[in-house]
Write a protein that binds this ligand. Structure first.
Ligand SMILES: Cc1cc2nc3c(=O)[nH]c(=O)nc-3n(C[C@H](O)[C@H](O)[C@H](O)COP(=O)(O)OP(=O)(O)OC[C@H]3O[C@@H](n4cnc5c(N)ncnc54)[C@H](O)[C@@H]3O)c2cc1C
Length: 469
């Protein structure tokens, strides 16, 4: 019998639990997490008032009982890789045979005067989301410090709540790690039309409290913004301090190989805190996105159960709704040597494919959801990159017809290739956990059911929204 221990309770941990069980291991699993199990990427729906808090959670006692999981809600404070133990706050020690580090990352607070004032928050945890939801109503002024991927996800949520939004970004453009300058300019124009004030090429030098309860955010250019709430979205850092002295090799994350195993045999890492192989370059990278966390967890879990799965590597994926404008970028989107790019400033719309030979290795999309095949093309191009499909003659066709991805996707064989792709030997299964035992919101159509192997289920029940106030 092996003791599987997982530190962290986010999507990487959950994928690992599922994968260990699907691989046939019935050995005990202990999850040590300082928060309950929930999905961070669902938090914007809670803040926007679209989903109740209960839907953020991804596990409960019944789920743990069904999966044979002992859940310890506490922080891991150290790992002894010789004795194979994890120390937990409060003094407990947990023995492991296989260990998964899935502790995610934390938001970084800018080191400026006033950063710790009440009303200056990060938006990373459920507690942060509760604080934000309690602080806002229609017309609330909010200043965002940082215009990255997560910052703009939250901008979108507060736009739905009709808040007055300002964004300060030190780079000369918004989304500097997601969009090129041309695409960012179009998105900036869209945001301004939606009433979001942008201060790019500027930075916050301090925050002070005013007598009337508002705050003043001082900017480098000498100007100041008066606001009710400040949300810091200026970067994240992997949670790995407890590994100091453990001998586990760490760069920006735990350095892991194509089995998601660290330099210490039996110690795996997954998700935001793991620096694992990138599908295109093979280099070890931290992607800090949900798809990577889920894939890492699945592969690591299978290998903890002894399956010997080799991971193809993760693809950098950013998909974002910016106040009604869809933006996506994949892989090596910033390369510029061999590029197909079409844009229309007035829609606004951008399509950029980055080529390496006959393969697409990066892409940018900007457009409204109802623009010609915008959303389905995003998914297909992601598939072309992920399968490393050699497009052969379809490269010329796609370069001349960038709005007709479907033919190239099917004609090149990428669609057929993807259908046969599996991350591990086991196809994904339903997790069997739903808040209040709710059934899935949609029935699966016959054609879709053939592809995903699920069975249609009953009508959804109504979910009550969060209590007003
Ligand atoms: C508001 C928001 C929106 C997002 N939207 C998207 C999106 O649209 N698309 C996307 O791809 N990604 C999105 N993300 C990012 C995504 O949520 C993360 O990439 C994902 O949660 C990473 O999963 P994880 O399991 O690695 O870590 P986490 O989800 O961070 O879970 C790790 C858990 O481990 C716990 N932990 C940390 N240290 C310890 C310790 N020492 N002991 C015990 N427990 C510990 C943490 O508290 C946490 O509960 C979003 C994130 C946020 C905050």
């Amino acid at each position: 019998m092996a003791n599987h221990v997982i530190i962290g309770g986010g999507p990487a941990a959950q994928a690992a639990i599922e994968s260990i069980r699907q691989a046939g291991s019935s050995d005990p699993i202990t999850v040590i997490s300082n928060e309950p199990m929930y999905a961070r990427m669902a938090l914007p729906y809670f803040i926007a008032g679209e989903k109740p808090e209960g839907l953020m959670f991804t596990a409960n006692e019944a789920y743990f009982a069904q999966k044979g999981v002992t859940f310890v809600q506490s922080a891991a404070t150290g790992v002894d890789t010789t004795a194979k133990t994890v120390s937990v706050a409060g003094g407990e020690t947990v023995n492991y045979d296989t260990l998964l580090i899935a502790t995610g990352s934390s938001a970084v607070k800018l080191n400026v005067p006033g950063a710790d004032l009440p009303g200056v928050i990060n938006l990373w945890t459920l507690d942060d989301a509760r604080a934000c939801a309690a602080a806002i109503k229609e017309g609330t002024r909010v200043v965002f410090v940082g215009a990255g991927f997560i910052g703009l996800i939250v901008v979108n949520a507060l736009f739905k709540r009709k808040c007055q939004l300002s964004v300060v970004e030190i780079a000369g453009q918004i989304l500097p790690r997601m969009l090129d300058a041309q695409s960012a300019t179009l998105v900036e124009g869209w945001l301004k039309k939606k009433g979001v004030a942008l201060h790019t090429g500027n930075s916050v030098t301090g925050i002070s409290a005013n007598a009337d309860g508002t705050k003043s955010v001082q900017l480098k250019d000498g100007s100041a913004l008066t606001t009710d709430l400040v949300i810091m979205s200026a970067g994240i850092k992997a949670n790995l301090g407890f590994l100091d002295g453990s001998g586990v090799a760490v760069g920006q994350g735990v350095l892991v190989n194509e089995r998601l195993e660290s330099n210490v045999p039996g110690v795996f890492a997954a998700g935001d805190c793991a620096q694992g192989p990138d599908v295109l370059s093979g280099a070890q990278q931290v992607h800090a996105i949900q798809p990577t966390a889920s894939e890492h967890g699945k592969v690591a879990g299978a290998n903890m159960a002894g399956s010997g799965v080799v991971y193809r590597g993760s693809l950098l994926i950013n998909i974002l709704d910016v106040c009604g404008l869809q933006c996506a970028s994949f892989g090596q989107w910033s390369d510029s040597s061999d590029v197909t790019c079409v844009s229309n400033d007035s829609r606004p719309a951008v399509r950029k494919f980055v080529w390496s030979g006959n393969r697409i290795v990066g892409a940018i999309f900007v457009g409204r959801p109802d623009d010609l095949a915008m959303l389905t093309d995003v998914g297909m191009v992601k598939g072309l990159i992920q399968t490393k499909a050699d497009l052969g003659v379809w490269k010329k066709y796609l370069s001349e017809n960038p709005f007709d991805v479907r033919r190239a996707y099917v004609g090149s064989g990428a669609a057929a290739g993807l259908l046969g792709t599996k991350l591990t030997a086991n196809a994904s299964k339903d997790r069997d956990y739903r808040f209040n035992d709710l059934k899935p919101a949609k029935q699966v159509g016959e054609a879709h059911a053939i592809l995903v192997g699920t069975k249609p289920v009953g009508e959804p029940e109504k979910v009550e929204g969060p209590a007003a106030g």
